[in-house]
Write a protein that binds this ligand. Structure first.
Ligand code: ADP
Length: 265
């Protein structure tokens, strides 16, 4: 009779114990906080992306306008066209990275694995990088324990190694050394990329994997990076069942270590 005189919601509430209601209200509060945080992150990400796109586009428009001047010398024309080409490449890279991230978020980023022998695989990538390293006079050393096999997506994993070697070169001074070392450690394959460059401050280390995070925002124009490279690299490594770690000493060195499972034949 008591239940009959109550409304439907009171009956439902009666079926919960007080501590269960407390748990429920805490879960709802947490969900609401998570939603607020996600909204804020999305809005920050969109405004950073807009900024990243607007800056090169401003350069492109500006130099294209200057190119119209009839008085321009040939040398100046060539310089301005180079700048336009570089900035266009920056925008293209950024858009490609954004596409990759979007595919990852929707779980449409496919990994097609095959078994490869490490020395042969990494040597191929090293060969591609040699000219860029030589141009800056940075020595690229490579060492690899032979006959180690891994099960990887050649293209996607190549993108990862490419990003680390590209950064190592970008953040290194001339006449320094970069090393790529492939070895076994605790039953896993360790790919170690070390450089003698500017290093990363301790406080920035945990954030370098975040979307669009850069240690030195002002230098991004000269180095040309999108700040998405490491985010994508970490995700690809994890999709290979691996992990990645970084250690760094300011003005001395940075060491990235990628660990991936060994493929036993
Ligand atoms: P970017 O495209 O800007 O290089 P990444 O995601 O690849 O973006 O790297 C994020 C940031 O981490 C870089 O902007 C740079 O500040 C820092 N970083 C990455 N690799 C190195 C390195 N080898 N030496 C010093 N700083 C680095």
């Amino acid at each position: 009779t008591e239940k009959l005189s109550k409304g439907k919601s009171d009956v439902i509430l009666d079926t919960f114990r007080e501590d269960e209601l407390g748990d429920l209200s805490r879960s709802i509060q947490k969900l609401s906080n998570d939603l607020k945080r996600l909204k804020k992150e999305r809005s920050e990400f969109l405004s950073s992306i807009s900024h990243e796109l607007r800056t090169p586009l401003t350069y492109i428009k500006g130099y294209a306008d200057v190119l119209k001047r009839p008085s321009l010398a040939l040398k100046e024309k060539e310089d301005y066209i180079s700048i336009i080409q570089e900035e266009t490449e920056n925008v293209t890279n950024l858009v490609n990275d954004l596409f990759d991230l979007a595919k990852m978020d929707r779980n449409e980023f496919l990994i097609k694995k095959e078994v490869v022998e490490c020395c042969e695989y990494f040597q191929e990538i090293i060969t591609i990088f040699k000219p860029a390293y030589e141009e800056k006079n940075v020595m690229l050393n490579f060492s690899c324990v032979p006959k180690i096999f891994v099960n990887i997506d050649r293209t996607r994993f190549g993108q990862v190694v490419h990003n680390f070697l590209d950064n190592a070169l970008k953040y290194s001074p001339s006449n320094s050394n970069v090393q790529l070392k492939v070895q076994m450690e605790n039953q896993q394959v360790r790919i170690r990329i070390s450089d003698e460059g500017e290093g990363i401050p301790k406080t920035d280390l945990p954030r370098i994997w975040d979307r669009l995070y850069r240690v030195d925002k002002s230098r991004s124009r000269t180095t040309g990076g999108s700040g998405l490279g490491l985010t994508i690299a970490k995700e690809i490594i994890e999709r290979h069942g691996g992990s990645v770690h970084v250690e760094s000493t300011i003005s001395k060195c940075t060491i990235f270590s990628i660990y991936i499972p060994l493929e036993r034949l």
